[in-house]
Design a protein around this ligand. Structure first.
Ligand SMILES: [Fe+2]
Ligand SMILES: [Fe+2]
Length: 181
């Protein structure tokens, strides 16, 4: 793998790994504040970020060794409304800046495994940003998020609050594989 794509994938692995932890912490806070469905959304999204970190790690499978990894990492344990804003900002950074730039480099370098891992991630992050925005609108009215279900595609990290008719709209995985929170 070309050095620059490998470095970008390691950085994305770092960012996704930290988002995984951050969402668990923010999810517990949402539960403590009396927003159980927001907690479920945070926990499902935490696991989606684990899916992305795993995709990136697997794409880097021939890159063994120790590296310093630099990635954007949000901090701060605020109110659930503030935490949701932090989550929206992080997702939008990935959607608008990080993944488009990394995918462009990977395309220039013909790195197929990296491109497919990061395409799944960017498409799922768009959905995460929408759902966190919906959650913040509810919390800002003093209400919990309304959802029929919270379902995660464990292949690409797609999340739905209404279920799917057929296969995953991002990765085409069968809906029977989806995990409910
Ligand atoms: Fe995300
Ligand atoms: Fe999927």
């Amino acid at each position: 793998m070309n050095a620059m794509t490998a470095e970008n994938l390691r950085s994305a692995f770092g960012g996704e790994s930290q988002a995984h932890m951050r969402y668990r912490i923010w999810g517990s806070k949402a539960g403590n504040e009396g927003f159980p469905t927001v907690e479920r959304l945070f926990m499902a999204t935490s696991d989606a970020e684990e899916v992305h970190a795993t995709l990136h790690f697997n794409a880097l499978k021939d890159q063994a060794g120790d590296f310093s990894v630099t990635s954007m990492a949000g901090f701060g344990l605020g109110s659930t409304s503030e935490n949701l804003q932090g989550a929206i900002d992080g997702e939008m950074f990935e959607v608008e800046q990080m993944y488009p730039a990394y995918i462009a480099v990977a395309e220039m370098q013909g790195e197929k495994a990296a491109i497919s891992a990061m395409r799944f991630a960017i498409e799922a992050e768009k959905v995460h940003a929408e759902l966190f925005t919906k959650a913040k609108e509810a919390v800002d009215k003093g209400e919990d998020l309304k959802a029929d279900t919270v379902l995660l595609c464990p292949v690409c990290g797609f999340i739905t609050l209404t279920g799917v008719e057929a296969n995953c709209p991002i990765c085409n995985a069968k809906k029977e594989l989806f995990v409910e929170y």
